[in-house]
Design a binder for this molecule. Sequence first.
Ligand SMILES: [Zn+2]
Length: 415
Amino acid sequence: MVNKKDIKILTEILDLEDVKVISHRLHSGIGIILQTESKKSQSICPNCGEISHKLHQNHRHIVKDLPFGEKPVFLEINRRQFKCEKCKKPFSEELDFVRKKRTYTKRLAYKTIQEVLENDIHTIASKGIVTTEEIERMLKDASEELSDSRPLNLKRLGIDEIALVKGKGHYCAVLIDLDTSKVIAMLSDRTKAVIAEVITGWGVEVLDRIEEVSIDLWQGYKNLVVELMPNAQVVADRFHVMTQINKELDTQRKREKRNVEELIKKAKLVADKTEYEQILEGLKSSKYSLLKNEDNLSEEQLNKLIEVKSVSPILKVMHELKEKFRKIFNKTNDWYTGVFKLGMWLSRAKKYFPKSNNTIIRWFDEVIAYFDNGTNSGTVEGINNKLKLIKRSGYGFRNFENFRVRCLLNWHINY
Ligand SMILES: [Zn+2]
């Protein structure tokens, strides 16, 4: 029955290290069943580290593996028990390709998680390879593995936040490795205490090695860095400074619109009314034309920008200042020029952006620190946008844990 050549080919196709196929059968309606065995004849005692050759017991059971075409594949594996000569106790061997007490191989879990990231659990379960319960278990295992890992090579850390449910005021903190552009951790809250607990858990060796921490303009984060990461320079992430400037510009846009609407109501002369209505027309739907980077505007948005600038002198100046600010940070890569240009900007912007102006002055050291090492441009922004996308794709993220796992796996799928 068992053909040696078949077995050799099947072992090659199976492609699991140190595993060989012993026999195979095909059950219609079930799939392919491969009986496998380890090529190793010994195992290491988890208790004392001694190598044992003494087989104590065979323990065979069936796990699912990656399907072959449309056909499900099952492996009949043997997780043997060895007896340790030293401890005099039996132990069951570690198998690289399947976790203990799991009904599927690691690579099936890996592939399933990848699929779940692009789809929802029910769609994947409906394919009939893995059940909903198994998928949930896979996600949980992966998430625990991720939580346990410490960022040993972390040099530049970014602290960001994202609203869990928009407008509800509940934010979660996001910790980012700025060099690898990966999310390291997602925390249920953005309070100093919650972040401190996680960061402290990394250990002093990790914290001492951190050279730079990029934060948004919040004193709590700054204190955190000073207390826990003594060798790190605090850098104000330009993405957050930019966000604040945009917010102020948008507030002014709304104010302009309200003012002119008031004027229309109160206008007594038809000529006045017509003029105000033209202004209102120019202000309408101008939000994105004003806020988006000018380089990225579509032709239609560009026309709108020209229109809104022609009806509102104040928005014209504010828009130009906003773009100027962005360019200073895009194009300046030495500290002295940066400080000089930013100083010029502040003196011009004082009247138009009083809030941002104050913030930048209060955080001047941290803002200009950006010019020392401006390489993180875009990282935090990119990750923030990706997180919003994942959130928006909506898979019942009212549950934070669900959201967290999905986000982390998105960046660490090669676990
Ligand atoms: Zn032992």
